[in-house]
Design a protein around this ligand. Structure first.
Ligand SMILES: [Zn+2]
Ligand SMILES: [Zn+2]
Length: 366
């Protein structure tokens, strides 16, 4: 059965749409509780050739599901994809109520795999309530995040890249040697006294050569809707648990359309390879110190995977600024911005000052 033939998942017992249940990974009827397993795919999440996908052919693109809709947030520009009976609702990334009419989803480079949600909305919401209760000085408005509907399950788009590298370099190898240096100091009697000391010096030699490298599963977020800090803090993802893509996993959730394309993602991946390549080059140069003058890297056997990873996300506007909360849909770990209530902090400062004043008054009158 091809992805395009799957329309939706009616409950065989009552006809309602089945939703993916993170608790047991089954498609579950929200009305009668009937459960159906998502057919185990015997396929692996396969690495795909980067070269072959740079000029994408139409058959490499599909809608995430044949009945998928998409809608673009008029405020932050994020596009989310979902299937009925899901609705556009609030934007997960900026908190604005989406007013645009959803349209049928445009084809995208088909995801190779995903990590299904294993944390339920309720668990994420309970954890969030706990987290909020420990945020001092948060404005009272932040408490709206304690409502279960304040966050929503959405799959974020990622790329992973594998690559072999061959880097030609030029540079300098520094070797330390020591020289005895003579210097003078006045002693207690004011006489000039001669001393010697060992001084480290570096002799530089030109160096050049070639280093080979191999990189595996460099994970690059294809979303620009969350801060890099939050995205990095959500790691590590248990990518060994990846499942081949099946639209059934999306039932009841949204997915964000990638904002960084395959080639842009690979440019970012190259940047993350640089420190490793540089340290390999330094090892290859040897000596006590190294400078690198030029690096020329060729990439080959480049493969990639397009992945969807699960988070619960919500946003909150305060004083015209957007504050985001993200909960890892696998580990329940929370990353969030938190505004400080100037008012609450001011009250505390005043209270402390009053206490100090009272204290001073009491003790100065004794
Ligand atoms: Zn049912
Ligand atoms: Zn938005």
């Amino acid at each position: 059965m091809s992805m395009n033939e799957i329309k939706h998942y009616p409950c065989s017992s009552c006809g309602a749409d089945l939703l993916f249940e993170p608790k047991d990974g089954m498609l579950t009827c929200p009305y009668c509780g009937h459960k159906e397993a998502i057919p185990e795919s015997d396929g692996q999440v396969e690495e795909q050739s980067y070269e072959e996908h740079l000029s994408i052919r139409p058959e490499q693109m599909t809608a995430l599901a044949s009945n998928a809709l998409e809608v673009k947030c008029q405020s932050c520009g994020a596009t989310s994809i979902f299937m009925p009976p899901e609705v556009a609702g609030r934007c997960e990334f900026c908190g604005v109520q989406i007013v645009a009419q959803p349209k049928s989803a445009d084809p995208i480079l088909t995801p190779g795999g995903l990590l299904p949600f294993s944390v339920t909305q309720q668990q994420a919401s309970d954890e969030l309530k706990q987290w909020l209760s420990t945020r001092w000085f948060a404005p009272s408005g932040l408490k709206q995040f304690a409502q279960p509907e304040a966050i929503h399950g959405i799959y974020l788009p990622f790329w992973t890249y594998d690559a072999c590298t061959r880097t030609d370099y030029t540079g300098q190898r520094g070797e330390h040697y020591y020289e005895t240096e003579t210097y003078y100091e006045r002693d207690a009697q004011g006489n000039q006294v001669e001393h010697t000391r060992e001084v480290q010096r570096t002799r530089w030699y030109p160096a050049s050569g070639t280093v080979l490298g191999a990189f595996d599963d460099i994970l690059i977020p294809a979303t620009q809707s969350l801060s890099t800090d939050h995205l990095e803090a959500l790691e590590p993802w248990d990518l060994v648990q990846l499942k081949p893509y099946d639209p059934a996993f999306l039932s009841g959730f949204k997915a964000q359309r990638y904002q960084i394309d395959l080639a842009e993602g690979f440019d970012l991946a190259k940047e993350t390879m640089v420190p490793t390549i540089e340290s390999d080059v330094r090892l290859d140069i040897g000596g006590d110190e190294q400078t690198i003058d030029s690096l020329d890297t060729n990439y080959y056997n480049v493969t990639f995977k397009h992945l969807l990873l699960p988070v619960y996300a919500g946003a909150y506007q305060f004083n015209g600024k957007v504050f985001q909360i993200v909960v890892n849909g696998r580990t329940c770990e929370i990353q969030g911005d938190r505004p400080y209530s100037v008012w609450k902090i001011a009250l505390l400062v005043v209270a402390v000052l009053v206490l100090i004043l009272l204290f001073v008054l009491v003790f100065s009158n004794r």
